[in-house]
Structures are given as C-alpha cells and as structure tokens.
Write a protein that binds this ligand. Structure first.
Ligand code: AAO
Length: 512
C-alpha cells in the first residue's frame, strides 16, 4: 500500500514534465497568432498526418486592444479577463479547435498570462477583445473581478513601481514588468481565479500550459496554483494525467534568479540553447560545429528531462526577451534549417518548432523598429486566415516554417529515432559533423566552406536510403539524394558547401 501511494505521488509529480503527446509524437509547434479555425484545420490536414505532437497557441483569453501602435501582437500579453474571446477567435471556435485537434491526437498547449493584467497606462473603457469595461488606472477588472487590492503595488519597493534591477529578486517578483499591473499571487482569491481559468481550459481539453513570465512570480505562488489544477480530460487522456507545465524563465547566467528555482514545478525554457546554437551555426566567437559533440548538459544547460528547447521564439525572433543577433530565424533560412535540423536530430529536451508570420524587419541602431507589428490583418483589424498554396506552402504572409520540407521531415525523423541513444559522433575538427540515433537514423552536416566527401559508420541496417532533406520518399521512389549503407553500416556522404541545404538526414522509415 505504501509503495502504491509512493508510486502515485511520484506519478503526480513527474507528470508535469511529460508533454502528454501521443506515443510516437515528440515535437510541439508554436502557431503564433493563428486563428482557432485555422489551427483546427491544420491539425487535421497537416499536423496529425506528419506526426506533430501538439500546438502552442497564442493567449486565448480576453486582452486589451491597442491603437498606438495599431494592434500590436503583444496586446495579447495584456489580459483583461479570463473569458475566452481573443484576436484568434471566440469561445465556441476555441472549443471546436481543441476538440478537432484532440480527436486527431494533436494536443493544445495554452500560453497562460497569469503574472499580470494590462499595462498601468492601458486607460479605461471597453477596448478589450471581449468588449467588457475595465479601468487600468483604478485597477478595476470587473469581468474577473479583480480590484485595487489584488495587485502587488504595496509590496514593490522601487520608486517607479517598475522592475529597475534584475539583480534584486524582490523587484523582479513584486514590481511591474514593463509597466504591467502585477497580480498579488500570494492572495488566495487571486490564486483561485487563476486556477479557475486554467481548470476551465483543462476541462475543455487542453494538455498543458506555457507559464509566461514565470521569473516574475515566486515559485511557491506558482506551485500553489498548479497544485490546484485538475487532471486532464479523460475523453482524450488517461485517467490521472497531469497538465504539462513549462515555465518561461530567461536565464542566460549572470542574474539573481536561476532556472533551478522552478524545476520542482515543471519544465523550464532553456534560453541558452538557441542563443548558443545560433553562434555555432553562424560560426561567431570562434564557435564550430565540432564543439557540439557534448551539446546539452555538457554546455551547462539544465537536465534534458527538464528542458523545453527552441531555436527561436516569438520574442527573440524580433529582438524582445533575450533576443540577440545570434538568434537564427526564417530570415536566415539556410542557416535556420540547419539549426532546427540539429535540434530535432539531437536527443536533448522537449522540442518546439516556431511558425511565424512575415513582417518588414527594420534594424535601426540594433533595434527592429517594426518589432511590434501584429499578424497579417484585414483593414478592420481582424487576423487574416492561413491560406495553403498548391505547393503546400502558406499564403497571406504566414511563413509556416513547420511546413518547410526539411523541417517537417526532421519532425518525423525525431519521432522515428525517439528513445534511441546519441551514437556514432564524427567531426572533422571544424564544421563538418555527423551523428546517429541508435540504429534508426543518421544526420550529416557540412557547414565548412569546402566540399565534403567522407565515409562514415551510420549504425543503420544495410540498404538504400532516401535523404529527407534534399527530397523525401514518396511511395517507392526518392525525390532527393540516395545514400547507400553497406553491410557494415558504413556509407559515403558527399555534400557540397554550395548545396541548397548542406546537410543530409536518413532514417529507417525512409529506406527504399
Ligand atoms: C508592451 C510595450 C511596453 C509597455 C507594456 C505595457 O512594449 O513598452 O510598457 O506593453 O503597456 C510582450 C512584449 C512587451 C510588451 C508586453 C505587454 O515583449 O514588449 O510590452 O508583451 O504587451 C523579460 C521577462 C520575460 C518576457 C520578456 C519580454 O522576463 O518574461 O521580458 N517575456 C514574456 C513574453 C512576452 C511578453 C511578456 C512576457 C509579458 O514572452 O512576449 O511581453 O507578458 C533580460 C532578462 C529577462 C527579460 C529581458 C527583457 O534578458 O533576463 O528576464 O525578459 O531582459 O528584455 C541579454 C541578457 C539577458 C537579458 C537580455 C535583454 O541577452 O543576457 O538576460 O540581454 O534583452
């Protein structure tokens, strides 16, 4: 009996680290600013057939509507209430999306904004996505309801009421992050309102949450909220399944708050991952791909089974939140595909693929002055739908990185090699590297400025394989390069530094 209780307890705790994705599906995709109707369709027509595990969605709840600048994407990071009407759609559309995605085994992860409400300068009126009245000046949010005493201002000890110094843990947790009204999460009432919001989403059928701005909340307060969360809806999930939790904590080192304070609650975003990988792929600061031999914990990252990783996110692709020049994005497509492929081939962490919209990036003195621009929109401010072209790319300025053949096929690669060890590393001491995943898959990169012609041990069974980067297996034919693996497992790889994509990936499901 004691053992049983212990097992149940361990199960309850450890489950918050488990993304709850369907067996054989390993990656999430962030469909940034997509409408619920488009996500539902994408689950059915593309994500499920290609083995995606789930979708991180933009915040689904009532948010401020801003006019200066005009309808920026970040208005959704300024909650007005926990009603489910947002720029992406209304509650009925939200429920329809969750049901349709869940029914095809692609689960929904909500970006939960629970640290704060809108900016203190957000004014008064009904300029919210659900259209209800609020007054930021008097801290009155009747649709929750929250009022003056549900906020932290009394606790914050800076003159401005703002976080002025990230070296002071009290300021970071008790003061306003960029002017956003900071909720008093130690109050039972506030915790109750947030838990009610999250439990409503769980009951509708979501599988987990990204906790926005987790660094700005005391770990004990977050724990008090996550402890109140229901198990997942048994219409789609096994009884006793806990919601997946991953917390946005930016820790590049050198600040008073460490990611490690949050590991008891759930996974944490590993921001070093994209920043360092960008430097390596760009060959900046003397970095080389050969140094990736011990990528992961060997680079000072958190434990793999606690990390949520990504090459870029919605902030740092536009210079917000620890965005640096090294971050790879779709703007540098050739390097980006290499970075994403490396991430998806490597066993470290739970992986999240970014899917963006295009905007006219314009760097002026190290800042993108167009960093605020919202999703492709009609003149009335409504978000444009994601149209699909004949070649399966997206229209209306949706980039759809997740649909790029190289990225989509690497999502499949990760599923095929799931659970296999990191094996058969090879490098030339420079930027030509290769590694395998047990006897299931093998990947080779040439990021040097010269031709590569090597014979390597792949660990794969003998046969002819189709490279899933230059093409893919379609029926019994291969639309890309073919790689022949001999009886000893060795194969010859020839990759020109001028190839459209200077890397090759093969796996056992792409054997001809
Ligand atoms: C908007 C306006 C503001 C206005 C406000 C209220 O832009 O001018 O005052 O409304 O009216 C998003 C946007 C914000 C926007 C906000 C609300 O990015 O521009 O403000 O919505 O609409 C910190 C937090 C992190 C946060 C990040 C942006 O710790 O949680 O800032 N990310 C999340 C979301 C994000 C969202 C919010 C939070 C708010 O993903 O989309 O904001 O809901 C250091 C610290 C980090 C800190 C950054 C801030 O990073 O470590 O914790 O992130 O600074 O830039 C080097 C260092 C690195 C450092 C970095 C700075 O790399 O090594 O540690 O430099 O870039």
């Amino acid at each position: 009996m004691k053992l049983l209780l212990l097992l149940v307890a361990v199960g309850l705790c450890s489950a918050q680290y488990n993304p709850n994705t369907r067996a054989g599906r390993t990656s999430l995709v962030h469909l940034f600013e997509w409408r619920w109707d488009d996500i539902a369709a994408e689950c059915e027509r593309f994500l499920a057939p290609n083995g995606f595990g789930g979708v991180q969605i933009s915040p689904p709840n009532d948010h401020i509507v801003l006019s200066n600048p005009w309808r920026p994407w970040y208005q959704r990071y300024q909650p007005i209430s926990y009603k489910l009407c947002s720029r992406s759609g209304n509650e009925q559309q939200f429920r329809d999306m969750v049901t349709r995605c869940n029914n095809v085994g692609v689960y929904i992860y909500v970006d939960a904004i629970i640290n704060h409400m809108c900016g203190a300068g957000g004014g008064a009126g009904t300029h919210s996505s659900c259209g209800g009245y609020f007054n930021a000046g008097s801290k009155d949010f009747p649709s929750v309801p929250y009022s003056n005493w549900d906020f932290n201002d009394g606790k914050c000890r800076t003159g401005s009421g703002e976080i002025e110094n990230y070296g002071d843990v009290y300021q970071v947790r008790d003061c306003r992050l960029v002017g956003l009204l900071d909720l008093a999460l130690e109050k039972d009432y506030v915790r109750g309102k947030i838990a009610e919001f999250m439990n409503n989403l769980i009951n509708i059928g979501v599988a987990g949450f990204r906790l926005d701005a987790a660094k700005h909340m005391w770990p004990g307060d977050i724990k008090a909220i996550t402890d109140r969360l229901n198990n997942l809806n048994t219409r789609w999930f096994a009884g006793g399944s806990r919601p997946f939790i991953f917390q946005e904590v930016i820790d590049l080192g050198g600040e008073a708050i460490s990611y490690s304070e949050y590991l008891g609650i759930g996974r944490v975003t590993e921001f070093k991952y994209g920043a360092k990988l960008g430097n390596v792929i760009r060959k900046w600061n003397g970095e080389k791909m050969s140094y990736l031999r011990n990528w992961g914990e060997g680079w000072g990252f958190m434990a793999s089974n606690r990390a949520l990783v990504f090459v870029d996110n919605h902030d740092n692709q536009r210079g917000h939140g620890a965005g640096g020049a090294s971050i790879l994005t779709f703007f540098d497509a050739r390097l980006y595909k290499m970075g994403v492929a490396f991430m998806l081939a490597h066993p470290y962490g739970v992986t999240r693929v970014m899917s963006s919209y295009r905007w006219p990036r314009n760097w002026v003195n190290g800042k993108d002055v167009n960093d605020w621009i919202g999703p492709p929109s009609n003149s009335d401010g409504s978000t444009k739908s994601v149209t699909i072209n004949a070649d399966s790319t997206c229209g209306n300025d949706w980039v759809c990185e997740h649909r790029w053949r190289q990225i989509k096929n690497m999502v499949i690669f990760r599923n095929v090699v799931d659970g296999q060890a990191f094996t058969n590393w090879w490098d030339n001491g420079s930027n030509q590297v290769a590694f395998g995943r047990g006897n299931r898959g093998f990947i080779v990169f040439n990021n040097d400025d010269w031709y590569m012609d090597v014979t390597l041990n792949t660990g794969l069974p003998a046969g002819t394989y189709c490279d899933v980067i230059s093409g893919q297996k379609e029926g019994s034919r291969c639309t890309g390069k073919q790689i022949s693996v001999g009886s000893t497992g060795s194969a010859r790889f020839q990759i020109s530094n001028n190839d459209e994509d200077p890397f090759v990936a093969i796996h056992v499901d792409a054997r001809l």
